[in-house]
Design a protein around this ligand. Structure first.
Ligand code: GLU
Length: 510
């Protein structure tokens, strides 16, 4: 059996969009499932769209997510370099081969000439004219110019591009693992530029050559590349590599939360959710976009969420860490239709992952968000344990732990209006006394003693417990009252009770 080799081949034209992350993830999962090789290749042949920092961003994102390449850019391997701008000579050589074999030709039309040609055609009623089999005979290229003139022009250094000579009257057929049998008529295909005037290849040429030389077995990428695949198949044929053509799998789009149209970074900004893995500063807009990391997602939760955008193991199973996903993954179970991005679902995953994580693992995230820097590890772990069930995004630790580090300054007025009456006030004073004199503090014995006392005196747990919580944090919402007491400690608790009673009296009198 041939070894599975897949590549993630982003262009460093900006930050990695969440759709790109999913492409990387599916490639990674497929490689792991088959003990194959996951390769990172940087496709930077379009120098006009190059964005500084994008390569590092891609690497950092993959690192944060734990999608580490086995081979490729930044890692090395036997088929390097893995950055296309460093492979210029290879592409040049193959472009020449295409021309020599009659599969491509030199085209000398300048951009201005092409522009005025297009205008003329449009004036004649041709809608978006293309450089293709129907028009190439009327343009300035090595198919129409005498050979000697072509040679002279090349020798004189006249700028030219190399275009693919798409064969006439054929149907290009290929199998896509997700989409099945796909067909394109060559009459619909333009003579795409393979080598640009600057001597750099276009995406199409470089992509095919690299996939071949790097022995890629499966091309897993976004659906926007489906229509280019016809040209790619023609290229494999032209190079006589047809027997080694990789298998294709074109992934469905990730759709806006409304389900209408492709998810964009604007949606993220508009609705307040991340569409990038890490924070990205967009220089041209002087705007920063927070990523999944800064929103407080755990990388494994983000991956689990993304994995299910367009794929499922075939049953209802949802929580699957990376190694589990790799075991279950298959390209055949990817759907054709677009997958709706649902941030609430992403949050749900995060909550589940936080809940199931050992507190030790959450410690670094906790320490990062809380203001208190002088805290012992034992204490921090106790707090995490208490708050974990209440955390959706990691920064929630800040909000949820505030009552531990700060005494309340305001108390929930509505609750007091309802509950701080003469009867409950008397009861609370007695409960306070009982807490002070209890034999133990903060354990189960303490809890049953206090609850027993409230019951015996018919004070009503439904009255006393919410009031105790408001005394401690100012809010009637929060973790279990007895665990809150334990985390505060007896001395702090008593001080808060005394202060709260005074404040309650003032609030209610006012
Ligand atoms: N460089 C292309 C991109 O940025 C890769 C497409 C492919 O995987 O073939 O999406």
């Amino acid at each position: 059996m041939t070894e599975i080799r897949v590549r993630f081949a982003p262009s460093p034209t900006g930050p990695l969009h969440i759709g790109g992350v999913r492409t990387a993830l599916y490639n990674y999962l497929f490689a792991k499932k088959h003990q194959g090789t996951f390769i990172l290749r940087i496709e930077d042949t379009d120098q006009t769209r190059y964005v500084p920092g994008a390569e590092e961003y891609i690497q950092q994102s993959l690192k944060w997510l734990g999608l580490n390449p086995d081979e490729g850019f930044g890692v090395g391997g036997p088929f390097g370099p893995y950055k296309q701008s460093e492979r210029r000579d290879i592409y040049l050589e193959y472009a020449e081969k295409l021309v020599a074999g009659g599969h491509a030709y030199y085209a000398f039309d300048t951009p201005d000439e092409l522009e005025s040609w297009r205008k003329d055609m449009e004036a004649q009623g041709v809608h978006s004219p293309k450089y293709d089999q129907s028009t190439r005979r009327n343009l300035k290229n090595s198919l129409t110019l005498p050979e000697a003139e072509v040679r002279q022009m090349v020798a004189d250094g006249k700028p030219y591009v190399v275009r693919l000579k798409v064969p006439e009257g054929e149907t290009v057929v290929f199998e896509d693992i997700i989409r099945g049998n796909v067909q394109f008529e060559t009459a619909e295909l333009d003579d795409k530029v393979m080598l640009k005037a600057d001597g750099l290849p276009t995406y199409h040429l470089a992509n095919i050559i690299d996939d071949h030389l790097m022995k890629i077995t499966h091309v897993i990428r976004g659906e926007e590349w489906l229509s280019s695949t016809a040209h790619h198949v023609l290229l494999y044929r032209a190079f006589d590599w047809e027997d080694e053509i990789p298998q294709f799998a074109h992934l469905p789009l990730i759709l806006k939360p409304s389900g209408k149209g492709k998810l964009s970074k604007r949606d993220g900004a508009q609705f307040g959710f991340p569409v990038f893995p890490l924070e990205w500063y967009a220089e041209e807009e002087n705007e920063s976009y927070l990523g999944f990391r800064e929103f407080g997602f755990l990388p494994d939760a983000a991956l689990n969420f993304l994995a299910l955008l367009g794929w499922s193991p075939g049953d209802d199973q949802e929580i699957m860490p990376l190694d589990e996903l790799a075991k279950l993954f298959s390209l055949e179970k990817i759907v054709k239709s677009g997958a709706r991005f649902d941030i609430e679902k992403a949050k749900w995953f995060n909550q589940q992952y936080i809940l199931s994580k050992k507190s030790e693992k959450l410690l670094p995230y906790f320490l990062e968000v809380i203001p208190e820097k002088e805290i012992s590890e034992t204490r921090a772990l106790e707090i995490i344990e208490l708050l974990k069930p209440r955390i959706t995004l990691l920064p929630d630790f800040l909000k949820e732990s505030r009552f531990i580090f700060e005494r309340p300054e305001v108390y929930e007025q509505k609750m007091l209006e309802k509950k701080w009456n003469a009867v409950n006030r008397e009861a609370m004073i007695k409960v306070n006394g009982q807490i002070r004199n209890a034999a133990t503090f903060g354990d189960d014995v303490f809890e049953s003693e206090i609850k027993g006392f409230i019951d015996e005196n018919k004070f009503g747990l439904g009255n006393i417990l919410p009031l105790l919580r408001v005394c401690m944090s100012g809010s009637s919402q929060g973790p279990d009252v007895f665990r809150m007491m334990a985390i505060l400690g007896k001395e702090e608790l008593i001080q808060r009770l005394d202060a709260a009673f005074k404040a309650f009296d003032d609030i209610i009198k006012a």
